[in-house]
Design a protein. Structure first.
Length: 149
């Protein structure tokens, strides 16, 4: 039953909408935040040099503060922001779809957790979609106390 809910288009749509609404509120109120996402869903323009991109983990967190926060925009179902990477502060426009946001975090506390299995994951066995969602949730040590053993 849970798998059917997490993999449904309806639940996925609600999570996507909720992520967008939370981000819009945070941007409007000027509240800095972090986004936890699967790096495979993120685009960089210009592309990052390999000596920088090779250091990203599969689940990566982006902290939006200062100029990065000020440059953030939401449009066409995506959030984008400018950020500097590496010791040279290599500038790139970071962009990702709303459904790729696994968590939104404020001061180390998750305020949004997306447990939906996106359509591209829903087409694989349900166990893998649930496992991916759970791995994303558990990648933040602060979430360990949310799951009852």
């Amino acid at each position: 039953m849970l798998e059917g809910l997490l993999g449904s288009e309806e639940f996925h749509g609600l999570m996507k909408k909720h992520a967008k609404e939370v981000l819009e509120m945070l941007l409007k109120r000027g509240v800095n935040f972090s986004i936890l996402t699967n790096i495979a869903d993120v685009t960089f323009d210009p592309a990052l040099p390999s000596h920088i991109s090779q250091n990203f983990k599969p689940i990566t967190m982006f902290f939006l503060a200062g100029y990065t926060f000020e440059s953030a925009q939401i449009y066409n179902g995506r959030i984008s922001f400018e950020a500097g990477f590496g010791s040279d502060n290599f500038g790139s426009l970071v962009s990702l779809p709303m459904e790729a946001i696994l968590q939104i975090i404020i001061e180390e506390i998750p305020v949004f957790i997306n447990l939906s299995a996106p359509p591209k994951v829903a087409s694989v066995p349900k166990e893998r979609g649930i496992k991916r969602s759970m791995e994303a949730l558990m990648s933040n040590p602060n979430n360990h106390n949310l799951i009852k053993k």
